[in-house]
Design a protein around this ligand. Structure first.
Ligand code: NAP
Length: 319
């Protein structure tokens, strides 16, 4: 297979990858963005974005369309259906990126493969996931759409507790469902949750799971089961927020860069350098990501600015 030389290869065409490509291509670096499918990632599933500064409201796909047009107008190339299989760092410092059909030879790689919300795998979850039908994985993004409604939140980690507290600022009731008695979340957050629950908006159901999400066109109820007694109950609600963790899309890296125990890519937070010289990371797949559209794009920009330091002086990597 012939090698295609590029200054910058970006792996993943979500907001972080496109943000990186905009800055890299506009700085006249020969840039390609490879995506397993088509540009967008998680944000393609978002019906309404209203927390992107200066844009009142936009859908995820429209936002991505606009970003792709802008990025390609600066001559960045975007390659769809291009799944990366292997990355090799050569002795001369150049990086080989092997896809199923091509080999790229890059001076710099920016890893932006994103992450995916862990699924519950219950009936109704997929059906109501799209277009404001009532299943959500992001309290920060979607809480305002459930003003004065009753929602169910699921999970017992930091995200579940923080987002349940956030939901309580908008909803008339939040029933929090956790599969055991002890929370995985940090004690200070749990204390805050318990205090807040005394005010009556949050109700915690311990030792319970959601076994199905029900409705015709949108969420109307959820079926809860107590894991100790096996008793089931149908609870009317307008939405179900699932906070059971994230899976970063980093398996394909096969240990080339250091990951944390959950598979997120380790990096220094200032320049977004990974453990391998020439490989940067940006967006939801990295340790410490804020998991927001605006911060993913900002991450891409940081990586694209940092790469100039590395190309000027590779010794900078260890500084
Ligand atoms: P997490 O810590 O892995 O918690 C996931 C929660 O979902 C756990 O309570 C788990 O229950 C529950 N769960 C998993 N699968 C489930 C299922 N099938 N059915 C029902 N419940 C299920 O994930 P996270 O809350 O998304 O946090 C991700 C990482 O970010 C963590 O390392 C977290 O500490 C960090 N974070 C930190 C902060 C902070 O420091 N302020 C804020 C946000 C996130 P079990 O406990 O029973 O396993």
């Amino acid at each position: 297979m012939a090698e295609i030389s590029k200054d910058v290869v970006i792996i993943g065409a979500g907001p972080a990858g496109l943000g990186a490509a905009l800055y890299s291509a506009r700085d006249r670096f020969d840039t390609v963005v490879l995506d397993k499918f088509v540009p967008g990632g998680q944000i393609n599933l978002t019906d309404r974005i209203e927390n992107y500064p200066a844009i009142g409201q936009i859908s995820g796909p429209d936002m991505i369309d606009a970003m792709v047009k802008q990025v390609t107008s600066f001559d960045a190339e975007i390659k769809n259906n291009s799944e990366v299989e292997t990355i090799i760092r050569r002795d001369d410092g150049l990086l080989e990126v092997h896809t199923d059909e091509e080999v790229y030879l890059a001076k710099v790689i920016i890893l932006t493969p994103g992450s995916e919300y862990r699924k519950l795998g219950v009936e109704g979850e997929e059906k109501f996931r799209q277009a404001g039908a009532g299943v959500s994985y992001c309290g920060t993004c979607d809480a305002p759409f459930f003003r004065d409604k009753h929602v169910i939140s699921i999970g017992g980690g930091n995200v579940a507790v923080e987002d349940t507290l956030h939901l309580a600022k908008f909803c008339k009731k939040v029933t929090m469902v956790h599969r055991r008695q002890e929370f995985r979340a940090t004690p200070i957050l749990v204390e805050e949750l318990i205090e807040e629950a005394k005010k009556g908006i949050i109700e915690i159901r311990y030792d319970s799971v959601v076994t199905s999400i029900n409705g015709s066109n949108k969420v109307e109820s959820a079926t809860l089961q107590n894991v100790k007694t096996q008793d089931s109950e149908i609870l009317d609600c307008d939405g179900v927020f699932i906070f059971v963790g994230m899976n970063p899309n980093t398996k394909f890296l096969n240990g080339i860069v250091d990951l944390d125990e959950s598979g997120f890519i380790q990096c220094d937070p200032r320049y977004l350098r990974t453990s391998v010289p020439g490989i940067f990371v940006a967006g939801d797949c990295r340790v410490g990501a804020a998991m927001q559209l605006v911060t993913a794009i900002a991450d891409g920009v940081v990586a694209a600015l940092s790469l100039k330091e590395y190309l000027r002086d590779p010794g900078w990597w260890r500084s």
